[in-house]
Ligand binder design. Structure first.
Ligand code: DCP
Ligand code: MG
Length: 396
């Protein structure tokens, strides 16, 4: 996650100091009453600290205290996770490994071990289930929990977050950060606020003020593209966003406008979706320079296949449809999909299907600025119409 040291952010940090783990908060009873009155939920967002890198440091004592990157060290390698020691040098997730090494020459690269991460993911999931059935995992290491009606009748979301963090530490020997608030948007911001090993609570009435001082790139869902648009419109903070009227936001941000309009006021109406079924796993990549030659396209595809297949493994997903997406320099998008009667059997088949989709289009009518790849028609998701519903994660 991007954190920033700009002054408005620092101001927010001062206002919202972490609640210490062992202090019962006298405001909790009042808080419960107010929640009931306003129909607000009690939401916790839990996110493991430097997840893959922390697991590696836990399992290999030689890595403790050292700058560690999980990922491939080679020319095409990308950093998946960076330990906090590595972050001091500016090393970040999704950074090319060569850049990371330039920033931090002592950086130790470790290959990912997805089975180990999945084990931890299952362990933390069991901890969550102890407190609430309403859990929405976002990835292996993070989830939203709705604890409005918690299983044990504890009542205080702050207390529950503290217990969850303690239990995670005891069971996994790893640390998690948690954010507590009355909606998902604020809870996610809060979990990031005091990382690593932090807790932050945003109470009813505090959301709008918290959001006002935040740099816009910390808003969940504002990626590089929306971020660039915001910058062009002079929107740097939550307060700048709140000053724009809804019509103007719709004009620029289409379907995202209503979410942004509410978020700028600390409002988020999305429920914790405990049974959300993922429809596809994939990723896409925008290039710093447009590419057009067959060799460059094949090399790029190979790179994306590596990253996307890691994600497919991490999500333990099985699917029948492979979709390739290309965006030309004139922003025209072309998608090509192929479906099998059975699930894609492994990485080799996935790579072969993706490669065939690309080969069938060569030579392209012109250079492209983006390439994306997804695996869809996932097990348990029911049949879907690819490729348009494919929810994508940006790789950069
Ligand atoms: N990950 C990845 N590629 C990315 C981002 C993340 O493979 N572009 C993987 C590695 C991370 C894990 O997902 O360890 C969790 O991602 P987070 O964004 O939660 O980052 P971390 O847990 O590493 O760090 P933080 O302490 O900021 O949460
Ligand atoms: Mg994390």
């Amino acid at each position: 996650m991007n954190r920033s040291s700009n002054s408005s952010f620092t101001q927010a940090k001062v206002l919202f100091v972490p609640v210490m783990a062992s202090e019962p908060d006298p405001r909790d009873d009042d808080e419960s009453a107010r929640h009931a009155e306003l129909g607000l939920r009690k939401i916790i967002h839990v996110d493991m600290d430097a997840f893959f890198a922390s697991v590696e440091q836990r399992d290999n004592p030689e890595l403790k205290g050292r700058p560690v990157a999980v990922g491939g060290a080679g020319g095409r390698g990308v950093v998946a996770a960076a330990s906090y020691e590595a972050r001091k040098f500016g090393v970040r997730s999704a950074m090319p490994s060569v850049t990371a090494l330039r920033l931090c020459p002592e950086l130790v690269f470790v290959r990912p071990r997805f089975d180990a991460y999945k084990d931890v993911s299952r362990q933390i999931r069991r901890v969550f289930e102890h407190y609430t059935p309403v859990i929405e995992p976002l990835s292996l290491d993070e989830a939203y929990l709705d604890v409005t009606d918690d299983r044990l009748g504890i009542g205080s979301a702050t207390r529950i977050a503290t217990l969850i963090r303690q239990e995670i530490r005891a069971k996994t020997r790893l640390t998690a950060s948690a954010g507590v608030s009355y909606n998902k948007f604020l809870a996610k911001l809060a979990s990031d606020q005091n990382k690593p090993d932090g807790l932050c609570v945003i109470r009813p009435g505090e959301g709008a003020q918290f959001v006002a001082g935040l740099p816009i790139r910390r808003f969940h869902g504002v990626g590089p593209r929306a971020g660039a648009k915001m910058q062009a419109l002079g929107i740097a903070t939550g307060a700048d966003l709140a000053a724009k009227d809804i019509a103007r936001l719709r004009q620029h941000f289409g379907s995202m406008a209503d979410y942004l309009f509410r978020a700028a006021r600390g409002i988020d109406l999305r429920p914790v979706a405990a049974h959300r079924v993922r429809k596809s796993v994939g990723g896409e990549r925008t290039f710093s320079e447009d590419i057009g030659s067959g060799a460059a396209l094949r090399e790029t595809l190979a790179n994306i296949i590596d990253i996307v297949w890691d994600r497919i493994e991490a999500a333990q997903a099985r699917g029948r449809t492979v979709t390739l997406k290309l965006k030309f320099t004139d922003f025209q998008i072309m998608t090509r999909a192929t479906s099998l009667p059975d699930y894609v059997s492994g990485k080799a088949e996935f790579a072969a299907l993706a490669g065939a989709l690309l080969e069938a289009e060569l030579p392209l009518r012109g250079p492209i600025r983006l390439m994306g790849l997804t695996l869809g028609n996932l097990e348990g998701a029911g049949d879907e119409k690819p490729p348009r519903d494919a929810a994508q994660l940006s790789l950069l």
